[in-house]
Design a protein around this ligand. Structure first.
Ligand SMILES: NC(=O)C1=CN([C@@H]2O[C@H](COP(=O)(O)OP(=O)(O)OC[C@H]3O[C@@H](n4cnc5c(N)ncnc54)[C@H](O)[C@@H]3O)[C@@H](O)[C@H]2O)C=CC1
Ligand SMILES: O=CC(=O)O
Length: 308
């Protein structure tokens, strides 16, 4: 029996090869909605509500990523559609990206690289000093799988890790139940919560001001978690020191103001984007679909679908 898979977003040649052995693959510009039983999609595009409604025989949505805020999981559960994602296999890579942004902000990596390339080093002498990353207090907003990996990777810099999550955990770090209070106590704040309504713009003007003129904000979660207009205002006025951002409110559109500011380091949503980690994520995304063909289950359902 042929199974019909709708592909939303890019996949790797390895993923395609394995999928083609089991599915006929359709693209968004040419498919029969009533024939589709499985969807593969990414964290950015997800599955919009109109599309989900039209896919009347849909059984599984396999997300090529861990965040699933772009998929209406409540509607999926109501319709008995299994939603799968790729937890854990990307923890270390995304944590490395967070550290990369943090270090680039502290040590002014982009400014100093430009200083050498422009000839300023030769023309003007030594570059201005930067700030040490040693012994900083770093707040983690969302101490889950990736948040814990970030905390682990901060150890060589002798950081004091503190955190704010939905609830206190059994970890050796100080818990803050109030995000603004945590920001006030921190040198740097790293956002790594899921997106969606419960975290929408929780990093607002008050939190940014509490982080302060010497503070650094790192966002590797979702653009929706930070109030981008408030962030631009704080960085421009000097109420916030630096920002390292992998995610933005309206990707791939990045406000010109953020691009013009000298105290930002900007990445094009590449938290997990290495050959090795994308291979592991791709394998799990495909495994989820193939397992469903075998026994009607997926390996890594999102928590809301665990009992379906
Ligand atoms: N930049 C990138 O390329 C990537 C971004 N991500 C983002 O990182 C997120 C986290 O991934 P994991 O660590 O695997 O998820 P997780 O579910 O293991 O951890 C999420 C943490 O956020 C906390 N949290 C949830 N809602 C909250 C709220 N309203 N206030 C405070 N804390 C809250 C949870 O308690 C949990 O500790 C993903 O959902 C995704 O949005 C993930 C991978 C790559
Ligand atoms: O943003 C990426 C993800 O895996 O979520």
């Amino acid at each position: 029996m042929t199974h019909h898979l709708l592909q939303i977003g890019g996949i790797t040649p390895d993923m395609r090869e394995r999928l083609e052995a089991a599915f006929t693959i359709y693209q968004l510009d040419d498919f029969d909605p009533t024939a589709i039983t499985h969807v593969i999609t990414n964290g950015h595009d997800g599955v919009n509500p109109e599309l989900m409604t039209s896919l009347i025989n849909l059984k599984v949505i396999s997300g090529y990523g861990v965040g699933y805020d772009a998929i209406d999981v409540t509607e999926a559960v109501r319709r008995n559609i299994l939603v799968a994602h790729t937890p854990n296999v990307l923890n270390q890579e995304v944590a490395t990206t967070a550290l990369l942004l943090l270090l680039a902000c502290y040590r002014e990596l982009l400014r100093d690289d430009a200083y050498v390339r422009s000839g300023d080093w030769q023309a003007k002498g030594n570059a201005p000093l930067t700030r040490s990353m040693d012994k900083q207090t770093v707040g983690i907003l969302g101490l889950g799988r990736i948040g814990q990996a970030i905390a682990n990777k901060l150890a060589p810099w002798d950081a004091t890790v503190v955190y704010h999550s939905r609830r206190k955990k059994d970890v050796p770090y100080r818990y803050f139940d109030n995000l603004t209070e945590m920001a006030r106590a921190c040198d740097a704040l790293i956002c790594i919560t899921p997106g969606g309504p419960s975290t929408h713009k929780i990093v607002n003007a008050e939190v940014l001001e509490a982080l302060g003129p010497h503070g650094t904000l790192i966002n590797v979660s979702r653009g929706s978690v930070v109030d981008e207009a408030a962030l631009i205002a704080a960085l421009t006025s000097g109420k916030l020191g630096w920002a390292g951002l992998d995610v933005f409110e309206a990707e791939p559109v990045v406000p010109q103001a953020l691009r013009d500011l000298p105290n930002t380091v900007l990445l094009p949503h590449v938290g997990s984007a290495t050959v090795e980690t994308r291979a592991a994520m791709g394998a799990l995304t495909v495994d989820n679909l193939l397992q469903h063909l075998k026994d009607g289950t997926v390996m890594t359902p999102v928590p809301e679908c665990a009992d379906l």
